[in-house]
Design a protein around this ligand. Structure first.
Ligand SMILES: Cc1cc2nc3c(=O)[nH]c(=O)nc-3n(C[C@H](O)[C@H](O)[C@H](O)COP(=O)(O)OP(=O)(O)OC[C@H]3O[C@@H](n4cnc5c(N)ncnc54)[C@H](O)[C@@H]3O)c2cc1C
Length: 293
């Protein structure tokens, strides 16, 4: 997500420094958008950056930052001005080295007691002004551009594809294909996955041709995340009482991590902008309906 942003809005110096390090894996990025009181309502973010000579001094907190404990750089949204009447103004995009003094990462254990996401604290963290992407106070448009890239990425059929292969493996092994009820439900999931892949391809073609995606890309994220959930729910139906929190299910063709996938499928309807927010985007941006946000 940082790569496309820098290609579109970065200075030449930023592109030269960061892009090769993203490709080599030397820099691992996390996304510092959400805060305790700024999730869906992102424009409420309060992490501040105050100018001090050639630097900014950052103070505040981010939350739900995926894999922040594995990252060494964070793409950070900060508030650089509170003067403007519109809250979207006064937000700036900063590239922050997480090894800088004052930056602390605290992992949040999930239901399986694993660390997937974290809280990230900033206590007088000094960041060079050269690490601002785009214009100071004008970061909202950039933040939205990143979310647009994220939506096509989150709408890619790879997650449901992986899950349906595991469902097929489990169903073969447990004899579920002998049940006409299962076969009917499976056929619907399979056909929906074909439809999702076709829709994804249509959006990908626009990008490949150098085009820009519109608000309608939100449909991809809703379709993909809900299909992923329906597939993993069917997997638990096939697994029945075997589906336990910790164990993989054994089949002749290899193990199936049914409960892991089911739990994993809860997240995509929330992250990257919840599905309710995506429906709002479609209502306003595609259907032209009145909207309060
Ligand atoms: C697994 C996971 C990973 C994440 N990773 C990251 C990350 O790497 N970086 C990052 O910055 N954030 C990350 N997030 C945070 C994510 O972006 C937020 O959780 C999300 O934007 C929702 O914000 P919230 O949790 O504050 O919920 P809220 O905004 O408080 O929403 C609560 C509920 O109200 C609904 N709601 C809110 N506003 C509206 C509205 N206007 N219309 C209709 N319904 C509404 C929401 O849909 C939701 O159901 C992650 C979240 C999860 C679950």
């Amino acid at each position: 997500m940082t790569g496309p942003l820098l290609i579109q809005y970065g200075t030449q110096a930023q592109k030269d420094f960061f892009l090769p390090r993203i490709l080599s894996g030397e820099h691992v990025w996390c996304q510092g958008y959400s805060e305790p009181n700024a999730g869906s309502d992102l424009a409420s973010l309060r992490t501040s950056a105050r100018r001090d000579g050639d630097d900014f001094i950052v103070n505040g907190q981010k939350i739900w930052t995926t894999l922040a404990h594995c990252a060494n750089w964070i793409l950070l949204l900060v508030r650089t001005s509170t003067d403007e009447a519109k809250r979207q103004k006064g937000i700036t995009v900063l590239l922050v080295d997480m090894t800088t003094a004052g930056c602390t990462v605290r992992p949040i254990p999930n239901l399986r007691n694993e660390a997937d996401f974290c809280e990230v604290f900033f206590d007088n963290v000094r960041v060079p002004a050269a690490n601002v992407v785009g214009e100071i106070d004008q970061g909202w448009a950039l933040a939205k551009a990143v979310l647009g890239h994220e939506r096509i990425f989150l709408g890619a059929p790879s997650r449901p594809e992986y899950a349906i292969k595991r469902l097929e493996r489990l169903a073969q092994d447990r004899g579920a294909f002998d049940d006409p009820g299962f076969v009917a439900r499976y056929a619907k999931l399979r056909l929906d996955l074909y439809d999702l892949s076709a829709a994804f391809e249509r959006f990908a073609r626009v990008l490949r041709a150098g085009g820009v995606l519109g608000a309608d890309v939100s449909v991809l994220k809703i379709f993909c995340s809900e299909l992923y959930q329906r597939i993993t729910e069917e997997m638990l139906t096939v697994a029945g009482e075997e589906a336990r929190l910790w164990d993989d299910l054994h089949t002749g063709a290899g193990d199936v991590d049914a409960m892991n996938l089911y739990l994993d499928s809860r997240a995509p309807t929330i992250f990257g902008g919840s599905n309710e927010i995506q429906k709002g985007v479609l209502a306003k941006g595609v259907l032209g309906l009145p909207s309060s946000f």
